[in-house]
Every structure is written in structure tokens, then in C-alpha cells.
Design a protein around this ligand. Structure first.
Ligand code: KG4
Ligand code: ZN
Length: 351
């Protein structure tokens, strides 16, 4: 079984071909970072236009690298939401066209399910497992119980953690995307110099919040006046990173206690999303997960961030269960994985 997967819900245009054995025959990702960098964040209209310009070329490239014709495909999968709707439409319409012409079934994939199932392609792990999804678009803790079966334990009530990294970098003029720059500065800084809040730490439940931490970083920087030195920036980056990680760990710890009693068969904790590239987070999370008697599984970084292979793989899992879609399927800006979870009204599509 061979599926083409398309991704265009944020600032990566991506196409990949994957087999049912989990073999990635091609995986082409085009980042729009340079186009958004002058604005310090993703501009939806610029993203949508770039997806329109690039998608056909990337599909052709992915098919060529895989050495296949469209007639070889058993399915065509695309992110159908959640995300920036202009971009989502580009990938979904492209997949519909290929499906209409070739007759291969269409599979509209929830982008978050793509992240959630990747580890079954890379590490062949069984359901259920815990997923900590941390990126510029999402901050969620879920129990992945099966294909299309999720229990959301926590989500952000405002910003995603990656946004807080990006904003911190922007305030200090470190460039976009901010996460890697903040991590680099933090390595040379004093994490105890500035006292920043640990949002939600010690509160009941497993939800996240990062907008207060963002504001605290801005106020801290303002209090330093006009003569901010490189060392000040390093210290602030380190203090921010420590606060963000402590907040993530406290919420994850709460979730693991719940999972230990509700899902005694659950052994694995998976981390995904761009922020999973942060080495300080990984190290601290690994220690926490072991303390709670779980095992941490980290897919390769290139498959943790947005890509087409994760969408193709989710397409394969759904196709194997006969879960295909029709050509009148709509793109969805919001699409929570767990429809029974409480809505988080200030988080938009991030919840
Ligand atoms: O998953 P991703 O590539 O795209 C989505 O947002 O869906 O994640 C990008 C986010 C950005 O906010 C970026 O700053 C953050 O991941 N990021 C990091 C690191 N590398 C990327 N955050 C912290 N530390 C890093 N090393
Ligand atoms: Zn994503």
C-alpha cells in the first residue's frame, strides 16, 4: 500500500510518499521561514500564497524521487485541518484533484493526528501511549488510544509554547524562528538571574498557558532600559527557557499520574513538534518520565516538525481501516482530536 501525503497547514509546504511498512520513499519539505522572518512570525496570507506557488512542484518532486506514477498510488492524503485555512485549502484541493483524476481514495487527515501517529511509523509502538505535542501551533497532552481515538488531558488556554519562544526571541532581536536562537543564548546564560512566572504550575488539571510568561519577558526587558548587553540576553533566554520547561514538566507530571491510574497498560511517552528539538527540554522530560516509570520515545527531529510523511502515514493507517473521505470534504480551521474535551476559547485552532 502506497500513499502520497500533503501538508500545508502552517509555514511548511510538504509532500511525501510512504508505504504501509513505514518506508519513506520520498519526503520533500519546503520551509517558508525566510518569507516570514521580516515579520517575526507566520503571516497567513503570505503562507497561503507560497503554498499555492510551490505545492504542484513539490508533489511532482516527491513522486519523481519515489520513482512512481500517480497510477501507483493507493491513496492520496492531505491535511484537512486544523491550521491556517488558506494554506489547508491548497493541500486539500490538490489532493482532491489527484484523487478525482486517478480514482485513488482521498484521506483528509487531522494534522494533529499526523503528529500523533508518526511514532508508529518510526518506532512501531502500540496503542495506547501519551503524546506531548509542543510546537509553534500546538501545546497539548493526549492519550493516543487508537486511530481517531484520542483523550485530550491538557491543552493551552492561550498561546502555544513555541510562540512564547518565538516572541522571546523577537523581543531580544534574535531572529525567527526563535526557539533555536533562544536555546543557543540560554546555554550561555544564568537561568536564575530573572524571576519569571511558571504558568499553571501546581494548578489542578493539565492545561498550559504561556501568554503571561511572554508578557513577563517583555516587562523584564523593559526594566533593563536601553543598554541591554549580550549577557543580559543570554540570562533572560536562560531564565525564560527554565520557566517554560518547568511549566511543561509540571503539567506533564500531572498527566502521567492520571494516565498511570486510568491506563495501566500505557508505557510510552512520545514527544513531538518543533519544541521537541530543545535539548534542555528533552533531558528534563526524560528524567521526569523515568521518575513516573514510563519510557520516553522521541521520533527523529525531521519527523517531529511539520512534514508530508506524517500525513501520508496517517493516511495509510486510516486507509487500512477503510476510513476514507469523499471529494466534498471541507477544510477545517479548528478540528480538536478529542471532541469531548472542554473547548479552550482563547486558543483558537491551537486547541
Ligand atoms: O512543529 P513546528 O516546526 O511547526 C509548527 O509550529 O507546527 O514547530 C516550530 C516551533 C517554533 O515556534 C520554533 O521556535 C520551535 O518550534 N522550536 C524550538 C526549537 N526549535 C524549534 N523551540 C525551542 N527550542 C528549540 N531548539
Ligand atoms: Zn504541526
Amino acid at each position: 500500500m502506497i500513499v502520497l501525503g500533503l501538508e500545508s497547514s502552517c509555514d511548511e509546504t510538504a509532500a511525501a510518499v510512504v508505504t504501509a511498512e513505514g518506508e519513506i520513499l520520498s519526503n520533500v519539505v519546503l520551509s517558508q521561514v525566510e518569507e516570514h522572518a521580516p515579520f517575526g512570525g507566520v503571516v497567513p496570507e503570505i503562507a497561503a500564497r507560497a503554498h499555492v506557488t510551490q505545492m504542484d512542484r513539490l508533489v511532482a518532486q516527491a513522486m519523481k524521487q519515489a520513482g512512481l506514477e500517480f497510477s501507483d498510488l493507493d491513496g492520496v492524503a492531505a491535511t484537512a485541518g486544523p491550521g491556517l485555512i488558506g494554506g489547508v485549502l491548497v493541500g486539500l484541493m490538490t489532493a482532491k484533484s489527484i484523487s478525482a483524476v486517478t480514482g485513488a481514495p482521498l484521506i483528509g487527515v487531522n494534522h494533529l493526528e499526523g503528529h500523533a501517529l508518526t511514532v508508529r511509523m518510526t518506532d512501531k509502538i502500540a496503542f495506547p501511549y501519551v503524546l506531548l505535542l509542543v510546537s509553534g501551533g500546538h501545546s497539548q497532552i493526549l492519550v493516543v488510544e487508537g486511530v481517531g481515538q484520542f483523550r485530550r488531558l491538557g491543552t493551552t488556554i492561550d498561546d502555544a509554547v513555541g510562540e512564547a519562544f518565538d516572541k522571546t526571541a523577537k523581543l531580544m532581536g534574535l531572529g525567527f524562528p526563535g526557539g533555536p536562537a533562544v536555546e543557543k543564548y540560554a546555554a550561555k546564560g544564568d537561568e536564575n538571574r530573572f524571576s519569571l512566572p511558571r504558568p499553571m504550575k501546581g494548578k489542578p488539571g493539565c492545561d498550559f498557558s504561556f501568554s503571561g510568561l511572554k508578557t513577563a519577558v517583555r516587562q523584564c526587558l523593559e526594566s533593563l532600559g536601553n543598554d541591554v548587553t549580550e549577557q543580559d540576553k543570554c540570562d533572560l533566554a536562560a531564565s525564560f527557557q527554565k520557566a517554560a520547561i518547568e511549566s511543561l514538566l509540571s503539567r506533564t507530571g500531572q498527566a502521567l499520574k492520571i494516565v498511570r491510574s486510568d491506563h495501566p497498560d500505557c508505557q510510552n511517552v512520545v514527544i513531538a513538534g518543533g519544541v521537541a528539538a530543545n535539548m534542555a527540554l528533552r533531558k528534563n522530560l526524560d528524567a521526569l518520565v523515568q521518575e513516573h516509570d514510563f519510557n520516553l520515545v522521541v521520533p527523529p527531529p525531521a519527523l517531529c516538525t511539520d512534514n508530508g510523511a506524517m500525513i501520508a502515514w496517517a493516511g495509510i493507517e486510516r486507509l487500512q481501516l477503510g476510513l476514507t473521505d469523499t471529494l466534498d470534504m471541507s477544510a477545517k480551521a479548528r478540528w480538536p482530536l478529542d471532541p469531548d474535551a472542554e473547548p479552550a476559547p482563547f486558543a483558537g485552532y491551537k486547541a
